[in-house]
Design a protein around this ligand. Structure first.
Ligand code: ZN
Length: 133
């Protein structure tokens, strides 16, 4: 698929995927979303991982409030602890996460986040538990 690469050497148990991220449109999102893991990889997996670098996104929402049929976990990381902060809203309730942190969004809950602060190398991923974004 495209510029991706799959290790298919006979007898090898290594299964590698490169050529990431894959760009896909997602309901509620303003631009195509970078996916690092999709449910159709490795013969089918029950999780998808989307997201990216957020240091250029301070004060700029990447998505309008939206819902998924499956739970999503926000995963916020940065090179230095506390150097990335996002404001998360889930079903109208807001809080601020400071890296490293996770936020569980139940299936069907309306949610979004806004980057408050992020040093270079800070990432926010959405881990979708199951396919069907
Ligand atoms: Zn979402």
């Amino acid at each position: 698929m495209g510029n991706s690469q799959v290790n298919q050497e006979a007898g090898s148990r290594l299964r590698i995927r490169t050529g990431l991220p894959l760009m896909a449109s997602v309901d509620g999102h303003r631009f195509p979303v970078p996916f690092y893991l999709t449910a159709d990889m490795f013969g089918g997996v029950p999780v998808e991982v989307a997201g990216g670098e957020i240091c250029g996104l301070v004060g700029k929402p990447v998505a309008d409030p939206h819902r998924h049929a499956v739970p999503e976990i926000y995963f916020l990381v940065s090179p230095n602890p506390g150097a990335a902060r996002i404001a998360v809203t889930v079903d109208g309730e807001s809080t601020e996460l400071s890296s490293p942190a996770l936020c569980y969004v139940p299936a069907g809950a309306e949610h979004c986040f806004l980057t408050v602060e992020a040093e270079p190398g800070s990432y926010c991923f959405g881990i979708l538990l199951g396919s069907g974004t």
